[in-house]
Design a binder for this molecule. Structure first.
Ligand code: NDP
Length: 311
């Protein structure tokens, strides 16, 4: 069992900012990350709305933030937190999937959100063989193939624009009759000749043997279905239909709203003393890197005050 003052769960922009602020107050900070530090920034080909960086690759920004946190003395370790409980003395007990545990006086939950499944037949079966949730990770496997992007929001727009530089053509399948993406993304999509937007269409199923070679599309208005067939090289389906919060570990603490996001006040405090949340796990209106950083800074300051007052 490891004992720390402040445990930050998740090393995306929220968690890394929290660690930076907490270290500047010389707090004993331990940061746990399930995969690689950077969170969703690692999946973003280009960030152009983080002030001070007109155009920066997501992984580069992640690298800068992680370097800054480490240089200030934050410990970043790999670990998957399965449950977080509050002990009778007010400390938190975090159990990890590898059977280790960490006891902490305060916790900042910054686990972010993960890609939602679209729900078509064959989706899970063909992951890595035609179905993907990340064009930055898998786009290169679809060089000169046709790809489909499911969704009409900003994520889908970003995926489509990135894939347009790799694939032979991109078709966005949007179930409504309009895009939900922001105006600048819509403009970019319309200006890209390799992208076609197909409205009122949903993907019902994918099929094939080695990889996806068949798509079954349905027209939302009529219910009529059509098959699209490809040769044995297949095609790609990139799913970008939103995200769900990674808050399973908090299920026993009664801090989640009905949609699974963590409810906090403006100081990032949950209803449980000593437990704070920051970034995309929070119930809030705008989920961006800059708002995640802001949350992280505020959560750290609140945790610092809490730890000082409970000493
Ligand atoms: P959104 O919720 O904004 O959009 C989801 C899209 O997927 C909608 O078009 C939705 O359609 C569609 N959809 C949902 N379920 C299905 C399904 N089963 N089959 C087909 N289509 C489906 O999610 P995003 O991930 O795009 O964005 C989340 C937040 O992150 C937003 O606030 C966004 O602005 C922000 N963001 C900003 C970026 C930026 O560069 N500024 C980049 C990426 C995200 P419907 O409308 O019919 O529900």
């Amino acid at each position: 069992m490891q004992d720390v003052d402040l445990l930050v769960v998740g090393a995306g922009p929220a968690g890394l900012s929290a660690a930076i602020y907490a270290r500047r107050a010389l707090l004993d900070v331990h940061l746990l990350e399930r995969e690689a530090a950077g969170g969703q920034m690692l999946l973003t080909p280009r960030v152009d709305n983080y002030p001070g960086f007109a155009k920066v690759a997501g992984y580069e920004l992640a690298d800068y933030m992680q370097g800054q946190a480490r240089d200030l003395g934050a410990r970043i370790a790999t670990g998957d937190v399965e449950t977080i409980d509050r002990l009778a003395n007010g400390d938190f007990l975090c159990r990890l999937s590898d059977d280790n545990a960490i006891r902490s006086k305060a916790v900042i939950a910054a686990m972010g959100a993960r890609a939602r499944q679209a729900g078509f037949e064959g989706e899970a079966q063909f992951v890595g063989r035609g179905v993907s949730y990340c064009s930055t990770c898998d786009g290169m496997f679809y060089r000169n193939k046709h790809v489909f992007v499911i969704g009409g929001g900003d994520s889908a727009a970003v995926e489509a624009l990135h894939l347009a530089g790799i694939a032979s053509g991109v078709t966005m399948l949007v179930r409504k009759d309009h895009l939900a993406a922001s105006k600048n993304h819509v403009q970019d999509l319309m200006a890209e000749p390799r992208i076609t937007v197909s409205y009122g269409k949903v993907l019902r199923a994918v099929g094939g043997t080695e990889r996806v070679t068949r798509l079954v599309l349905a027209d939302v208005a009529t219910g009529r279905t059509e098959n699209l067939d490809f040769d044995e090289n297949g095609c790609g389906v990139f799913v970008a239909v939103g995200r769900d919060p990674a808050t399973e570990s908090l299920a026993r603490l009664d801090v989640l709203g009905t949609d699974g996001y963590v409810i906090t006040d403006e100081r990032m405090a949950t209803s449980v003393p000593g437990l704070y949340a920051a970034g995309d796990v929070r119930s809030k209106s705008l989920r961006q890197i800059v708002t995640a950083c802001s949350d992280g800074a505020i959560a750290a300051e609140s945790a610092i005050d809490y730890l000082r007052s409970s000493r």
